[in-house]
Design a protein around this ligand. Structure first.
Ligand code: URA
Length: 439
């Protein structure tokens, strides 16, 4: 077997054997296949696609390129969620406490922000002292003791994905459905997940521009789960406009805390309840496909402080300053806060999620390169949702910036992200695919 013949075979649109896929991934991870050959192979996959059998094999080969975490003697069921990335997506901060407060412990590994999308770890690090770098033993010990852990991914998990992802990032091969699906699912399988809720975003601020693309990606990931013996539910959700109002690390933590105090924005509350409900359904805590039996209990846990209490436990367990949870005014605050009025009256037609994400990235909330520092205080609060009527002069958004000049530039970009007309609002979810039988 050799790497050139494997590249040629894929280039010519043929199906690779499991042995060829495993050989290629093993040798690339070991450094025996150079980046230029792996890049050619990724491009061949991008152009010719993969069968579901090939994608499943690729996923397992990447998952098995490093350690596979086994939490079965700590957790009854290893439950996980994954968002394909979005703007204002602080869902894990609320969903994990909500699921844990409902009686199912969760151990989750999350990522950092990439480009215009935010990352859960950067948000959590807005809280002074919060430690995302746990060892494997600390990770396991924490979930055993407190029933919740939310930390960074260890380098030993799915190292093939780490290498391939950086390569895809610079070779125009990120938006390949088999490559995205195997990247996401290999990490989940390596982290030991037995049941996974996937939040597949589509729209202006997502990798998948249309519902059809997102549905196809979701279908591939559900099939991978079926092949690997994992329960998977994929929700296809809107990412045309930011989720909730806050975009930026500490601002999003604040909004998550407000949500767990019963004061969350309605789209974000609905999103969290839906994701948490499906996680509980996969864990066997709910039977109804429409979540009607579990919704009231989830709403109550958001409103009566139970979810917030679990969040406090999480923050304390990972060394964070709980006084910032009790008083979010103590979270990092930007020195310049500018409220910007609507330049005209009308219905909001678009609040372009990617443009909002990029404006907040430019304020310093995200990074251009992997090791850039992140400014936790800066960001934007977008006051309205698509479809709402706004009067000229009414507050449209607030910019939280380090300097007046940064605020001025962000104001310009955020005004350009808003367009106006007479249209109804966007739906929150478009579809659901699952390999779990309806009861
Ligand atoms: N998220 C991932 O983890 N991998 C991809 O390829 C795309 C999004």
């Amino acid at each position: 077997m050799n790497s050139v013949s494997i590249i040629e075979k894929k280039r010519d649109g043929e199906e690779l054997t499991p042995e060829e896929i495993r050989y290629f991934i093993k040798e690339y991870t070991a450094g025996n296949i150079p980046d230029y050959q792996a890049a050619a192979w990724c491009m061949a996959v991008y152009l010719k696609g993969m069968t579901s059998q090939e994608t499943a094999e690729l996923t397992l080969a990447m998952a098995e390129s490093g350690e596979i975490l086994d939490l079965s003697d700590v957790l009854e069921i290893t439950l996980d969620k994954h968002s394909s990335g979005g703007v204002g997506d602080k869902t894990s901060l609320v969903v994990l406490p909500l699921v844990v407060a409902s009686g199912v412990p969760v151990a989750k590994m999350s990522g950092r922000g990439l480009s215009f999308t935010g990352g859960t770890l950067d948000k959590l690090e807005s809280i002074s002292g919060y430690n995302v770098n746990l060892t494997r033993d600390q990770f396991i010990e924490q979930v055993r003791k407190y029933g919740i852990v939310l930390a960074g991914q260890s380098a030993d998990l799915a190292p093939a994905d780490g290498k391939l992802y950086s390569l895809r990032d610079v070779t125009g091969t990120v938006p390949s459905k088999p490559l995205i699906a195997s990247s996401i699912m290999s990490k989940k399988i390596a982290a030991g997940a037995e049941a996974i809720v996937l939040d597949v975003k589509c729209g202006l601020g997502a990798f998948m521009p249309t519902v059809e693309d997102a549905r196809e990606l979701a279908r591939i990931m559900v099939d991978i789960g079926t092949n690997a013996g994992r329960k998977v539910t994929a929700l296809i959700s809107d990412m045309n406009q930011p989720l909730g109002h806050a975009v930026g690390n500490a601002l999003e933590v604040r909004e998550a805390i407000e949500t767990m105090r019963g004061n969350g924005p309605s789209d974000f509350v609905e999103h969290c309840i839906t994701v948490a409900g499906h996680m509980l359904r996969l864990a066997g805590k709910s039977q109804a496909a429409d979540l009607s039996d579990i919704r009231p209990a989830l709403e109550e846990k958001l409103n009566n402080g139970e979810a917030l209490e679990v969040f406090r436990t999480l923050v304390r367990a990972q060394g964070g300053d709980v006084s910032q949870v009790d008083d979010p005014d103590r979270l990092p605050t930007a020195p310049v806060i500018v409220e910007v009025p609507a330049p005209r009256s009308g219905y909001l037609e678009t609040i372009h999620a990617r443009k909002v994400g990029l404006a907040v990235l430019e304020l310093g909330a995200g990074r251009h390169r992997k090791d850039d520092p992140v400014d936790h205080a800066v960001g934007a609060v977008i006051y309205h949702k698509v479809g709402e009527y706004v009067e000229e002069g009414e507050p449209l958004f607030a910019v939280h910036a380090r300097t007046q000049e940064a605020a001025r530039q962000a104001t310009e970009s955020l005004l350009a992200a808003h367009t106006w007309s007479e249209r109804p609002g966007l739906p929150l979810f478009y579809d659901m695919l699952t390999n779990v039988a309806e009861s």
